[in-house]
Structures are given as C-alpha cells and as structure tokens.
Design a protein around this ligand. Structure first.
Ligand code: SAM
Length: 185
C-alpha cells in the first residue's frame, strides 16, 4: 500500500478545532499514515492522540501520527508526490493513475484561503469537483479513491472496536474479543 500523509494548512485554534479534528480522524480512518499541522495546538493534538490510544493507530501498514511542521519546509522537502486539494484544480479522475503510481504522497488541505505558494510548490492541484465544499469531504473522497481501504482497514492495537450490527450500537473491548476467540477454539 502506498503511504499517504496529510498536511493541514491554516488551522486556527480558536475557530477550527472541530473541523481540524474531523480532518485528522478522516485521515486516520481512510488509511493515511499521519497528519501534519503547521500550527501547534496541544488540545487538538491530545484529542487526536486520545482517539488513537482507544481505537488504535497501527493499521498493519503504518502507525498513524500527528505532528507539527512548517508547511513551507515540508512542501519544499517532501520526497514524494505533493497533491494540493482545491476546487480550482484539475479533476481527480484525470490524475488517478499518476497519484496511484507514487510510493509516497503528501495531500494538502486548507482551512481558509491558502497562500498562493502552495499552488506553486505542489506537483498537482486537484479538485474533487469544481464546487466549493469542505476539506473533510475532499480528503475522504481523495483517500477512498486512491487507497480504497475504507471498508477493510483494521487497527491492530485497538482497545475497543465496533461490532457491526443491524440495530443499536455494539462496541467490544479487544480483551473480550480475544476471550470469545479462545472460547470458539
Ligand atoms: N475559500 C477557500 C479557497 O479559496 O481556497 C476554500 C476553503 S475550503 C472551506 C477549505 C479547504 O477545503 C480548501 O483549502 C480545500 O483544500 C478543500 N476543498 C474545498 N472544496 C474543494 C473541492 N471542490 N475540491 C478539492 N478540495 C476542496
């Protein structure tokens, strides 16, 4: 599986905590290896790490992380394909082959207007449709189309996991699952 990292630009701690948390959870749940923010926000990082500690971060391929990095230096130095998601870009459907062929991808999403340099430093400016919507929606569609692991991803170190059911909510602790597994044997 190729490695995809997310760069979230322009997070404003006082305004964007909820959306930025959703960007990070989407990155994790749809198969990205980690997320970079260009702003330090300890509360945001803690809430993402809290989800990772309960629901897991090791998907058998990589261990999901959250880290602070300067966007400019990351975009300048990243040793893979840099894809900026923007409604002004070329349709993702036209770029699927080149993106899928890359071993490492950095996918960039903004909060408000991103600096013009982001368009220049990125290898591709890609649109998920040319209408304005949301960084969460854009990232979800991008990861699902590229990695296609949304329905198969499992976190090996999860303490709790969902047991899919027709009605109601069923969450099991990993130790209970193990016990049931042993009983079956
Ligand atoms: N007005 C901002 C601009 O001109 O860039 C858009 C901000 S939008 C709320 C936040 C982020 O969502 C954007 O930076 C982009 O990464 C993503 N986004 C929104 N619509 C998109 C689309 N149609 N295709 C790809 N990404 C999109």
């Amino acid at each position: 599986m190729q490695r995809i990292y997310v760069l979230r630009i322009g997070h404003r701690p006082e305004r964007d905590k909820r959306v930025s948390t959703h960007v990070a959870l989407t990155a994790r749940a749809f198969g990205a290896c980690g997320i970079y923010f260009d702003v330090e926000d300890p509360k945001l990082f803690e809430s993402i790490e809290d989800v990772c500690s309960r629901w897991g971060k090791n998907n058998g391929f990589c261990e999901f992380f959250v880290e602070k990095r300067s966007w400019k230096s990351l975009l300048r130095n990243f040793d893979g394909l840099k894809v900026h998601l923007t409604m002004y870009g070329k349709p993702l459907t036209e770029k699927l082959d080149v993106i899928r062929a890359a071993k490492k991808v950095l996918v960039v999403v903004g909060a408000e207007k991103v600096p013009a340099e982001v368009y220049e430093l990125s290898d591709l400016n890609v649109a998920i449709g040319n209408q304005p919507h949301s960084e969460v929606a854009a990232l979800a569609v991008f990861l699902d189309r590229i990695l296609n692991v949304t329905f198969s991803l499992e976190f090996r170190d999860a303490k709790i996991r969902v047991k899919p059911s027709e009605k109601g909510k069923c969450v099991v602790k990993s130790s209970e699952e193990n016990k049931k597994g042993e009983e079956k044997l």
